[in-house]
Design a protein around this ligand. Structure first.
Ligand SMILES: O=C1O[C@H]([C@@H](O)CO)C(O)=C1O
Length: 597
């Protein structure tokens, strides 16, 4: 039926840096002559982004590849390393950027890879070098952050291992990386066009879900169980681009599964037939371990789970991923947990685990509220300096369908915010700050009385080292009795998730319902339909940062805000001029001899 698929995604540095060799020499001398410190490595990569014909789900389409690979190469690094990616844009007619999701970019806001915010898109034929430190062990990923390029397949894994002598709070015998995504047969260009068209054309549900870039559209790995009548059993040799990424395991071992979701739209649920999982990491932060049968993972989130292979070793088992939170129209993605030495072709004894009902939000909430910080993790400051309320609504502007925050739909300016702030360029974006809250009488349970919003490019300016609370408030969409899930992702910082609640956030919720004792640190948190989510973070990383819904079409429709942190510090920062070779900053850096002020 299927053959194992080797991990084609390992990111081999193209050339190693002198510091790496030097580090090795030091390491040897440490063994011989005693303790010393080892210089962290610089890991160099040279990448080319280009379109390529590919069959992610056994149907040929076009993907954005990196060095001819889809998904892009996996970057493996160690805490303290510097990553240097020389990225050449080989797309013939469009710009590109790559965002390093979950990496805080401490001191390097220009390397965050967000078009219009941290840099100009890299022009066709040009090369831009991202250079940043990975300062915290964990499971991360990278992806395009310009238009709908994530939906076009521009993504890959980024794994940061704990440093030499740094202990992780759990043990395992082996690890696998599962990067989860969703896939459309319609091109991302057409998706983009539909989103801005009047009348609006929604992208619809994905045709397939992918595990490490692999899914099956026309056939099912599990058709033999008879529960999917119309789909044929897949006949794959294992060499196909759509052959599943199989996980070979030995009995009675513990494996770390690193899960990350780079979906453009889908909220996912993952389950492994017959096995439980212990959740130990979320978004690059350790959590109090807890055991689950299945877990929800929203776009922009990552988890590590421990899986012990303690079931009947004569069997193989299903790994199944299905859609949550939207009426599903997409088959589960499946692959095999292959207990060696069983043949990989041996079908599991039972059908794949069923995904919980798409709208069983109690199931989702019970999972989200179990996620708590591991004892000893950094705790939030006890009080906030500022509390910003962000109302999420679907809206209309000039006939277009939009998403708005406090009735403003984000319109990204041609000059990157970071450059505009650094050089104090007036007119690069709207000078007035967006509202801190929304009218107290706004009815979150019904469609907006007046659906018309404005578009804007204003920023929230946050004082350096101030403690900021953000209360994300969900509401009804333009359709009666409908409210959707939105996973919000913050750049440049992690936040504490202080709590989730139903309906409109009240002063009493603020006093009584927030967890200040052991809230988890994360970079992405969901708002449930008709609910609120309270976040706290310390704005300690100077830069211009996006905070947005990680559903890519929603961001494209304006569902985000821009934050400016530590404006004075940004003014003094050294930033490569190439980041700003567009808009008003282009003139500025030209006059400023390359921008190294
Ligand atoms: O942004 C969206 O638009 C559609 C729908 O609301 C209108 O077609 C949908 O499901 C979204 O998430």
């Amino acid at each position: 039926m299927i053959n194992p698929q080797s991990d084609s995604g390992s990111g081999r540095p193209l050339r190693s840096d002198l510091t790496a060799k030097w580090c090795l020499v030091v390491l040897i001398s440490v063994v011989l002559v005693g303790p010393s410190t080892c210089a962290a490595k610089t890991r160099h990569f040279r990448w080319e982004v280009e379109y390529k014909y590919w069959s992610p789900d056994c149907v040929e389409g076009v993907v954005m590849s990196i060095n001819g690979q889809f998904p892009g190469p996996t970057i493996k690094a160690v805490v303290g390393d510097t990553i240097s990616v020389e990225l050449t844009n080989k797309l013939s007619t469009e710009g590109v950027v790559v965002h390093w999701h979950g990496i805080r970019q401490l001191g390097t806001p220009w390397a965050d890879g967000t078009a219009s915010i941290s840099q100009c898109p890299i022009n066709p034929g040009e090369t831009f070098t991202y250079r940043f430190k990975v300062d915290k062990a964990g499971t991360y990923f990278y992806h395009g952050h310009y238009g709908m390029q994530r939906s076009a397949g521009l993504y890959g894994s980024l794994i940061v291992q704990a440093g030499e002598g740094e202990k992780e709070p759990f043990r395992y015998d082996g690890e696998f990386n599962l990067l989860l995504s969703d896939w459309w047969h319609k091109s991302s260009r057409e998706q983009e066009l539909g989103l801005s068209s009047v009348p609006f054309r929604w992208i619809g549900e994905p045709q397939s879900l992918l595990i490490n870039g692999r899914g099956q559209y026309n056939c099912s790995l599990a058709a033999r169980y008879g529960n999917s009548t119309s789909t044929a059993q897949c006949k794959l040799t294992g060499a196909e681009q759509c052959a599943p990424f199989v996980l070979p395991v030995l009995p009675n071992k513990t494996y770390r599964l690193r899960l990350a979701s780079s979906t453009a739209l889908a909220s996912l649920n993952l389950a492994i037939g017959g096995h439980k999982m212990v959740v130990v990491e979320a978004d690059g932060n350790y959590v109090q371990p807890f055991t689950v049968d299945d877990l929800d993972i929203y776009s922009g989130e990552s988890y590590s789970v421990l899986l012990t292979t303690d079931q009947d070793p004569r069997q193989n088992y299903w790994i199944a991923i299905g859609v949550r939170g939207r009426q599903p129209n997409t088959s589960q993605a499946l692959t095999i947990l292959n207990y060696r030495p069983n043949s990989v072709s041996k079908l599991p004894a039972s059908p794949p685990p069923t995904t919980p009902l798409w709208n069983d939000y109690n199931h989702s909430k019970s999972f989200s509220t179990k996620i708590l910080a591991l004892a000893g993790s950094p705790r939030p400051p006890p009080a906030h300096d500022r509390r910003i309320f962000l109302l999420n609504t679907q809206s209309k502007f000039n006939g277009q369908t939009k998403w708005s925050i406090n009735n403003i739909s984000l319109s990204l300016p041609p000059t990157p915010y970071l450059g505009a702030i650094k050089y104090n360029l007036h007119g690069a974006f709207e000078g007035t700050s967006p509202p801190e809250s929304f009218p107290a009488d706004y009815d979150v349970m019904h469609p907006p009385a007046n659906p018309n919003s404005t578009v804007g490019s204003g920023v929230y300016t946050l004082g350096l080292n101030s403690t900021v609370d953000i209360i994300l408030q969900n509401a009804n969409t333009l359709t009666a009795n409908n409210s959707e899930i939105h996973p919000w992702h913050l750049h440049g910082h992690d936040f504490w998730v202080l709590g989730y609640g139903e309906g409109k956030f009240t002063a009493e919720d603020g006093d009584k319902r927030l967890n200040l004792k052991n809230p988890p640190l994360r970079n992405t948190a969901v708002i449930f339909p008709y609910g609120w989510t309270a976040l706290r973070f310390v704005a300690d990383n100077p830069g211009a940062w996006a905070f947005h819904c990680h559903i890519e079409p929603h961001l494209h429709m304006g569902m985000g805000v821009a934050l400016a942190v530590g404006v004075d510090a940004v003014g003094k920062m050294k930033i490569p001029g190439e980041a700003f070779a567009c808009g008003l900053t282009a003139k500025m850096v030209a006059a400023d001899n390359g921008g190294h002020s």
